[in-house]
Design a protein around this ligand. Structure first.
Ligand code: ADP
Ligand code: MG
Length: 336
């Protein structure tokens, strides 16, 4: 390992405070591997997200925002599993090693790592010749039999989402990144009000991992997923895994004021159904538990909306005000 690599790791990943202790962690950064003790009454879950420059963030973006997003989208997978975050590892491929960039990047990881008690315990750092690549693997602890899977939805369950939908897709437009939703998916007006621009920057780079919500309701939900590729794509995963269909009630989709301000109504719906990058939870609840789930969410200040119902069969339908089916020609984001 070259001295500069060693210095990078020491300065930005150890001295920065990212490798803070927690009781399960016997050995963190510094050896060939980390050592963790898994409590006897828990199961370990792990999940990885790769973020690539120009695909998942703009080359011009602030390093601390990129860092925040990279960790947030990983923590969102822990929320989707109803897991308590434990720690993370990180692979970094950097074309150069600007001290300023690394300082800001490492500072950008710290708030969420601290908030979710999720220290950095290892990784790998390499010089690359091309685009910046950030791979984070996050580890979490689940209660046995309480992990919230895609496969547990049952006919007559109510479908809920957390937060607002569509902001991630609209944020791509606001940030000047490419959306897969085509030419017609556009801002009402290219010059956004400054409050809206700020709102979408935050929505994109600071998604809120819904870990607390998932922890609070994990005993009451039948299935759960985080929405990274648009509601229909991700709800479709629940339907296929659970061998059920779903009705989505379009008038009940929750939109932010900024979203309503900046795109036309048909594009709002497209953003929610096909856009992606929202990192909200979509979960299903048996009817008898809905009131309790709603009251728990309200009690911890987490917004949730009932947006549909699980049905028998395998059809996923979107229904308008009058219960008539609406067809859309959009599709979820696909990498290939
Ligand atoms: P090895 O030769 O075993 O791959 P390295 O020299 O790459 O070890 O890394 C030394 C230590 O620094 C290891 O504990 C490794 O986990 C940690 N490390 C390297 N890169 C990162 C990174 N990007 N984030 C966190 N820890 C890192
Ligand atoms: Mg290494």
């Amino acid at each position: 390992m070259s001295a500069s690599e060693f210095e990078i790791i020491q300065r930005y990943f150890v001295d920065s405070g990212l490798g803070f202790p927690r009781s399960e962690l016997e050995l963190g950064i510094g050896d060939d591997g980390a050592l963790l003790r898994i409590p006897e009454d828990k199961v370990l879950t792990m999940s990885m997200d790769v973020l690539l420059e120009t695909v998942h963030f703009s080359s011009a973006a602030d390093a601390s925002l990129i860092a925040n997003r990279a960790l947030a989208v990983n923590l969102s997978d822990m929320a989707a599993m109803a897991a308590q975050p434990l720690c993370f590892t990180m692979g970094l491929v950097l074309a150069d090693s600007s001290q300023q960039w690394l300082k800001s990047f490492s500072a950008g990881l710290l708030p969420l790592a601290r908030e979710f008690n999720c220290p950095l315990v290892g990784g790998d750092t390499s010089r690359g010749s091309g685009l910046l690549n950030i791979s984070i693997q996050v580890h979490g602890l689940c209660d046995p039999d309480r992990a919230s899977l895609r496969s547990g939805a049952k006919a007559n369950d109510r479908i809920y989402v957390s937060g607002k939908l569509g902001d991630g897709a609209i944020a791509l437009l606001s940030l000047g990144l490419k959306s897969h939703l085509g030419e017609a998916f556009a801002l009402r007006n290219r010059d956004l009000p400054e409050t809206c621009r700020q709102y979408f920057d935050d929505a994109y780079y600071r998604p809120q991992p819904r870990v607390r919500l998932a922890q609070a309701i994990k005993h009451l939900i039948n299935s759960n997923i985080d929405i990274s590729d648009g509601l229909l794509g991700d709800l479709g995963h629940i339907c296929r895994a659970s061998k059920v269909g779903a009705n989505v009630f379009l008038p009940q989709l929750p939109f932010s004021d900024s979203a309503k301000c900046c795109v036309e109504a048909d594009n709002l719906v497209k953003a929610a159904l096909f856009g992606g990058d929202d990192y909200e939870l979509c979960f299903t609840v048996a009817e008898q538990h809905c009131a309790e789930v709603e009251s728990i969410a309200a009690g911890i200040g987490e917004e949730i909306s009932c947006i549909g119902e699980i049905v028998e069969g395998e059809k996923l339908s979107c229904l308008d005000h009058d219960g008539r089916e609406q067809k859309f020609d959009g599709h979820a984001y696909m990498h290939y």
